[in-house]
Write a protein that binds this ligand. Sequence first.
Ligand code: CTP
Length: 368
Amino acid sequence: MIMVFDLGHSSDSIQSSKLLATCLIGGVVLGVSVLGFYLAFQPPRQLSWRRKKKPIRVYMDGCFDMMHYGHCNALRQARALGDQLVVGVVSDAEITANKGPPVTPLNERMIMVSAVKWVDEVIPDAPYAITEDFMKKLFDEYNIDYIIHGDDPCILPDGTDAYALAKKAGRYKQIKRTEGVSSTDIVGRMLLCVRERSLSDSHNHSSLQRQFSHGHSQKFEDGGSGSGTRISHFLPTSRRIVQFSNGKGPGPDARIVYIDGAFDLFHAGHVEILKLARGLGDFLLVGIHTDQTVSANRGAHRPIMNLHERSLSVLACRYVDEVIIGAPWEVSKDMVSLSSSQSSSALILNSISYRMHGFFFLQLLIKV
Ligand code: CTP
C-alpha cells in the first residue's frame, strides 16, 4: 500500500486520507480472513490432492556379475513395482562366500548397475542375505517399502532362503526371472570361444564347456554351423524392445550424437564411452553392428552375445536414447546419402533422415 502525505492540505483532506487508509487496511484484513477461512474448511479430498504422495521405494539386491539384459529386465520389473528403485550391490567377499568369486569386481558392478536407467539409488557392499539388521536399516534409513527378487530360489549355503525374513515381514515381492541368460551361461559361451586353441588344452576346455553350457549339444552350441560360438537363439519380442525403449525422439533443436560398435559383453568401459558421447549432445543414437559384421571384423568366435542381446543391454543404459539394431560398419557416408532417399522399405534410415533433417549430426570416431 502507498500512502501520500501532503503537509500543506486542510483538515478535510487529512480526514478523507485517513478514511481511505482505513478502508484499504480493512479490505486487506477482510481478504486475508476470507482466504484463511476458505483454506481451513477445504474438503479433505482436495487437501490430500494438494499434499505430495509418498513415493513407494523398492529394493532389489544382487551380484550383477557380468551384467546382462536379464539383470536389466529384473531391474525394470522391480522399478515398475514402485516409484523409486534402490539397488544393493553385493560385496565381493559376500559373493565369494556364497557362490564363489565374481568375475567383475564391485567397482565395475557398481558402474554397471548405476548406469541402468531404471535405477534411482545404489548401495555398495550389500549383504548376500537379508539379515534382521540390514532389513531394519532398509526400512528405517532407506525408507524401503518392499524387497524384491526374481522368482528363482535364492538359497544360502546352509540351505535357508536368503529372503525368508523379508517374506515373513510381508514386505517381499517377486518378479519373473528372464529365461535364456545368466552369468554362468555367458562364461560358458566365453569358454567356447577358446576351444580352437591348442589341442593339448582341448580336453580341459571341453570339460569346462560341458560344465558351463548346461549339457547343450555341440550342434546347438554351434547353431549347427560347426564354426560359430553363439549358443543363444534369443530373439526379443517387439514388446520387450518397447519395454526397454525410451519412446521419445529428439527435440526440434536436438544435437544428435551417433556412435556405433559391437557392444559385445556390455561392460563398464562401454558405459563410460556412452556417457562421454551423450555429454556431447542432446540425443544419443547407438548403432549396433550385426553378428556377421562383428564376426567379419573381430574373428569368427565373436560376438559372444547376439545382436538382440547386445541391443537390449545398450538400450537399458541411461545415456542411450535410441539404437539401430544392425547398423552398417561404414556409417557416415552411406547413412547420410541413404537418409535423403525416400525408400519406404528403409524404415530406420527414413527415421534417421527425419531426425537428421536440419539437425546437427556427429559421428564420433570412436570404435568400441
Ligand atoms: N535375474 C533375472 N533374470 C536373469 C538373471 C538374474 O531376473 N536371467 C535377477 C535375479 O533373480 C535377481 C537379480 O536379477 O533378482 C540379480 O541377480 P544376481 O544376484 O546377479 O544373481 P543370479 O540370479 O545368479 O544371476 P546370474 O545367474 O545371471 O548370475
